[in-house]
Ligand binder design. Structure first.
Ligand code: ATP
Length: 311
């Protein structure tokens, strides 16, 4: 099978809000598919519909060949879900939590201990299997949830903001596990995130904004589409600098966000030396870099991810 998830013209309207406005896309077998967008873009609504937890207003979703509206149970058997919130029973041990899930998903009795051992190995928690979850750190709990999501051999794993609330080091560690998992079990992963670095790890990224998919491609392709270099600049008087740039500088797309002026240019090598000479106002910060997914988002929406709508 080529595509594991096929979404066709999917919509969701809450009372007054069109949260998802007719999106279509396919997720290929074995890929990490990232769903990136600011808060309120419609990511959770979409993932909840794909996972059978929320009925769509209209549209079709197929997972592993099963129709999400008509074959809910078959869909549920073939997917694993890691939610944003902790859904472990803190009073139980790691092993007891996993055993419960095995029963719930009807993993055959003879296979349960072997499978629990396998998934605990993947997330490095074998030695803690008899410890109560309430003694675990945030990162360990997340790892245990991932282990639990894997128990019933799902073909697709859904991770809704899997690292939200974790410190950067724990996030990085968790990613090592997620990538190991992809290699070891060949699972297709559907990930929602508003962290740009996490979206970068995905094989393909759909960027969602206000209920629509505004771009979908490999992260490198999305950034290549923009081309050129980004120059970030602060000066002693940004307002004056902006006026000067608009009056004197050619060959740059200019935008301002917070206390930074952004210039998109074809090549910073050719641009920068004459630019610095042109500007009369002292520069306090200068940074040259390649475009990021945030620049892609900016190019499509006029905003940066994390910035509110009214900016
Ligand atoms: N149960 C609900 N009832 C009414 N409106 C809702 C409901 N759930 C979500 N919405 C609205 O639908 C839109 C999309 O929300 P959604 O939670 O899917 O976005 P998101 O991209 O997942 O954001 P976040 O990262 O904050 O979870 C928002 O405008 C939100 O306020």
């Amino acid at each position: 099978m080529d595509s594991v998830i096929a979404v066709n013209d999917l919509t969701k309207t809450y009372k007054k809000t069109d949260a998802v406005k007719g999106i279509s896309f396919k997720v290929k077998e074995g890929e990490i598919f990232g769903f990136l967008g600011p808060n309120g873009a419609g990511k959770s609504t979409t993932i909840n519909m794909i996972c059978t937890m929320l009925p769509p207003s209209s549209g079709d979703i197929t997972i592993n060949g099963f129709n999400v509206n008509k074959q809910k149970d078959r869909v549920r058997e073939s997917i694993g879900i890691i939610f944003q919130e902790n859904t472990l029973d803190e009073k139980l041990t790691a092993n007891e939590n996993l055993m419960l899930h095995c029963r719930f998903y009807k993993v055959p009795k003879s296979k349960r201990q072997e499978r629990i051992q396998e998934v605990l190995e993947i997330v490095d928690l074998v030695d803690q299997r008899k410890d109560r979850v309430e003694t675990f750190s945030g990162g360990m709990k997340r790892r245990l949830e991932i282990a639990r999501g894997l128990l019933h051999y799902p073909k697709v794993l859904f991770l809704d903001e899997p690292t939200v609330g974790l410190d950067p080091q724990t996030r990085a560690h968790l990613w090592e596990y997620i990538l190991k998992l992809k290699e070891k079990e060949g699972i297709t992963m559907f990930l929602t995130t508003h962290y740009l670095d996490e979206a970068e790890i995905s094989d393909r990224v759909a960027i969602m904004d206000r209920g629509e998919i505004i771009a979908l491609d490999k992260p490198t392709e999305l950034k290549n589409q923009l081309g050129g270099d980004m120059i970030e600049l602060s000066t002693e008087d940004n307002q004056k600098a902006l006026e000067e740039i608009k009056a004197k500088v050619e060959g740059a797309e200019v935008s301002v966000h917070d206390d930074t002026i952004y210039l998109k240019v074809a090549s910073s090598d050719a641009f920068i030396s004459s630019f610095i000479k042109t500007l009369d106002i002292p520069i306090t910060k200068l940074n040259i870099r390649k475009p990021t997914l945030n620049d892609v988002f900016l190019a499509f929406t006029g905003r940066r991810i994390g910035e509110s709508d009214d900016k």
